[in-house]
Design a protein around this ligand. Structure first.
Ligand code: FAD
Length: 473
């Protein structure tokens, strides 16, 4: 008799190129597709992520329904739910994607220990290009630097071809929660209007976005990726995080007969994503602890008012405010501006990277434990492969360089729109009559800078230097 297998969907909410699903279907038996919401986990999904998850699950359920299979929804501890389901169905195996997050790894161990003897837990690589245990330096150590890691990944050659989506499924049945009852969507207030305007979660939309990017923007990616006012990046990060599209599908789509350096640069960004997952795999404390232990003692300030200014885009520094408002409105922020805004928090305001990491976790639709933590540590200079701590992004010159015509700042900080380009990124330097002509009163219609940029920079450098010196003595 053909077996029954459970497919435990986690961060691989797709039908195409899903090795867990393909393996479960391999013996032509019945499958039960299951998603479990576990709010008791460390780093439970944040607010924007819950909005995305609701729609992504609805899209996955619709895709499965077309193949006459239900998506079973359960809420609670997987180590309690899955063994019970396996016993109910007499399942031969549970197939799931490998997750790099420590909480999922603990869940895997707990599930495996609690399963009936006849049921196996089988994990498949669904979320990354490479197996983090297979990439090691020539001296057999874990890479700490991105560049040699990327070279080692590239030396493996092209990833395997993506697997097709199944065209038939014979499914088992079980009880399911109703998605609406999970209340993942905001109601009072409904803050998700900007997310709805910009995003369509789900596998079909992910494939559409990929098509748009590889036909429109990839050939100018090297320049376009730094210009937040332009449609220069793929905006695939939430789709990749939730696994609505696989990294190797994206990798193959961005490789053409007429490959240019732009295509290569783009694939290198996918490798950054793998590098973050690799760091988390080998350093599970990455989201909580500086990878350079010396910086655990850095004297960050606790300053709720300054933190709130940053969170709500009221720092008085236009490019930072534009980024933070883009995040609040759309659940996403351009990478260049993420770097500037994050550096401003950690360096100019001298507030811990962990406060920024937590805010991003709650507000990003692509909030990803590995990429978020690795990026914050990179900016803070506390990671292994970080920019040196004395590199402090100057938000004015960064704004002038990458948003020279002010299109981005004007979109998200409209109260500055009438200011001429030359003052836009530093309105406090504008003569009074220019401000008056643009209808701006600093401190009233737009904030004065929350910190003097030179003083903030010097304060950060002092704090970092003190920490390094204390460590040396
Ligand atoms: C402080 C900070 C926090 C961040 N937090 C997250 C996060 O929670 N989730 C997340 O996916 N990315 C995070 N990033 C990385 C990066 O900003 C986003 O991946 C990128 O902006 C997504 O836009 P895109 O899809 O248009 O990227 P593209 O430029 O089109 O790149 C393609 C893909 O490559 C990956 N990628 C690109 N840059 C990076 C990077 N620096 N690190 C890791 N992966 C990368 C993403 O999956 C992205 O979708 C963070 C960066 C910073 C500076």
């Amino acid at each position: 008799m053909p077996e029954t297998n459970i497919v435990w969907f986690r961060q691989d909410l797709r039908l195409a190129d899903n090795p867990a699903l393909t393996a479960a279907l391999a013996n032509k038996g019945r499958i039960l597709p299951v998603y479990i919401l576990d709010d008791g986990q460390a780093w439970p999904v944040g607010g924007a992520g819950r909005w995305w998850l609701h729609h992504s699950l609805a899209a996955l359920a619709a895709g499965l329904a077309r193949l006459r299979a239900p998506l079973i929804l359960r809420r609670g501890d997987p180590a309690r739910i899955l063994p019970a389901l396996a016993a109910e169905l007499g399942a031969a195996a549970i197939h799931a994607g490998i997750a790099h997050e420590p909480a999922w790894r603990r869940a895997d161990a707990a599930v495996a220990a609690a399963l009936p003897q006849a049921t196996a837990l089988r994990l498949h690589r669904t979320a990354t290009l490479i197996d983090p245990d297979k990439i090691r330096s020539q001296t057999n150590t874990v890479y700490g630097m991105y560049t040699p890691f990327a070279r080692a990944v590239e030396a493996l050659g092209k990833p395997d071809d993506p697997l097709p989506a199944p065209d038939t499924i014979s499914s088992a049945k079980s009880d399911s929660d109703r998605l609406e009852d999970w209340r993942l969507l905001p109601t009072h207030p409904d803050w998700a209007g900007g997310l709805r305007d910009l995003w369509v979660p789900g596998e079909p939309a992910a494939l559409e976005r990929l098509k748009h990017f590889v036909t429109q923007a990839v050939t100018r990616y090297s320049t376009g990726r730094n210009l937040p006012g332009e449609d220069g990046t793929s905006m695939l990060s939430p789709h990749l995080h939730w696994g609505e599209i696989s990294p190797r599908t994206v990798w193959h789509a961005s490789r053409t007969e007429t490959d240019t350096p732009d295509h290569h640069t783009y694939r290198r960004e996918l490798i950054w994503r793998d590098f973050s997952a690799y760091l988390l795999w080998h350093h599970p404390s990455l989201p909580e602890t500086p990878l350079r232990p010396a910086f655990a003692k850095l004297a960050f300030r606790t300053h709720p008012d300054d933190l709130a200014c940053w969170q709500h885009g009221r720092t008085g520094v236009p490019i930072v405010d534009a980024g933070m408002r883009q995040l609040w409105r759309t659940g996403w922020m351009h990478n260049r501006v993420r770097m500037i805004a994050a550096s401003f928090l950690v360096k100019h305001l001298l507030i811990s990277w962990k406060a920024g990491e937590a805010w991003f976790w709650d507000t990003l639709v692509d909030a990803d434990l590995a990429s978020n933590a690795a990026s914050w540590q990179w900016i803070a200079g506390t990671g292994i492969d970080s920019q040196p701590f004395f590199r402090v992004f100057n938000p004015v010159t960064q704004g002038q360089k990458f948003d020279g015509d002010g299109a981005y700042v004007r979109r998200f900080v409209p109260e500055l729109a009438a200011l001429p380009d030359r003052y836009l990124h530093a309105p406090w330097t504008a003569p009074q009559q220019e401000l008056a002509r643009a209808g701006i009163t600093l401190g009233k219609t737009y904030p004065k800078p929350v910190i003097d940029l030179v003083a903030g920079r010097n304060r950060a450098l002092d704090a970092y230097r003190r920490t390094v010196k204390d460590q040396a003595t």
